[in-house]
Design a protein around this ligand. Structure first.
Ligand code: ADE
Ligand code: ZN
Length: 323
């Protein structure tokens, strides 16, 4: 059967650092004279084989070392927007990891100047509106996140919210309760990765202690019937990333992925690409692969697209234009 055509969709779970294709990584390494341990493209590509979230994060942080100048961030985001637009993306709420750049001596101003350049032209050049969500790294000291938050506030036209990502196990959401409370006081939107590798209780804690408005991943919620009932009742959006979950072995095989069960249980699931350069596909590639493996129907795909705009942080009037 022919692949379904892409539907206009909002991408809500996409790490800009995770769109660094190996070719661009090597060309930025050369441009910035950053030594990498890979002899060439083939050797680099062979490193894209992960055991779990941590083994992926090790490579992801290693390759971010090639990003140094505002232009690098512009090139990275431009390349993502071109690919995303071709896959039906019309609005993107894009994660970035400020601490991963600050820790290497790249100023926040350089990161945001570069991203802003690409994002501002996103609508005109690609028909994609873009906002950013700054993620705190949960495997670093929460005090560092608390110091970072006020530095994000001058950029709030572009940076509309905060998230929580990186290595999940042993780093429960409540460690970040204070910085999320401050973000709420500032009127920022809040999301968190939870239930990717971590247990269902982390999903509960993200909702109750961080006050998040969406859960990123959330796939392990399905292990807990009471939590599923709550997610359905409260219509909490879940930003699901099927190819990522298989690549990081959170789900054994795509045919076992819970996406279809989530939809059939009445949960507000959306499909997203997470780190597409690492996991083998952009947004519509995820929809196509999940459709094949799980037998998703046109009605499932229509709901996924509709859920994406409903779950977005677009103003209601803008959402209505997409629905
Ligand atoms: N950072 C980039 N991708 C991530 C993922 N899938 N989970 C946690 N942190 C991440
Ligand atoms: Zn993610």
């Amino acid at each position: 059967m022919a692949d379904p055509a892409p539907l206009p969709t909002a991408e809500l779970h996409l790490h800009i650092e995770g769109t660094l294709e190996p070719e661009l990584a090597l060309s930025l390494a050369a441009r910035n004279r950053v030594p990498l341990r890979f002899a060439g493209l083939d050797e680099l590509r062979r490193a894209y084989d992960f055991r779990d979230l941590q083994s992926f994060l090790d490579l992801y942080y290693e390759l971010t070392a090639v990003l140094r100048q505002p232009q690098d961030y512009t090139d990275l985001a431009e390349a993502y927007l071109a690919r995303a637009a071709a896959q039906g993306v019309r609005h993107a709420e894009v994660f970035f990891d400020p601490q991963a750049h600050l820790a290497r001596g790249v100023p926040l101003e350089a990161v945001l100047e570069g991203l802003d350049e690409a994002c501002r032209g996103g609508e005109e050049r690609h028909g994609v509106t873009v906002r950013l969500i700054a993620c705190f790294l949960r495997d670093r000291d929460p005090a560092e996140a608390e110091k970072l938050l006020p530095r994000l506030l001058p950029y709030r036209d572009l940076v509309i919210g905060v998230g929580l990502d990186s290595a999940e196990l042993g780093r429960p959401p409540e460690l970040f309760e204070r910085v999320f409370a401050r973000a709420a006081d500032e009127g920022l939107r809040r999301v968190a990765h939870a239930g990717e590798e971590g247990p269902p209780d982390y999903v509960r804690s993200a909702l109750d202690r961080l006050g998040v408005e969406r859960i990123d991943h959330g796939i392990r919620s399905l292990e807990d019937d009471a939590l599923v009932a709550r997610l359905r009742e409260e219509q909490v959006p879940l930003t699901v990333c099927p190819l990522s979950n298989v690549a990081l072995r959170c789900v054994h095989r795509l045919v076992e992925h819970p996406l279809r069960r989530m939809l059939d249980e009445g949960l507000v699931a959306t499909v997203n690409s997470d780190d597409p350069a690492y996991f083998g596909g952009y947004l519509h590639d995820n929809v196509v692969a999940a459709s094949r493996a799980l037998g998703l129907t046109p009605e499932h795909r229509r709901r996924l697209a509709e859920n994406s705009f409903r779950a977005s942080f677009l103003p209601e009037a803008d959402k209505a234009q997409h629905l």
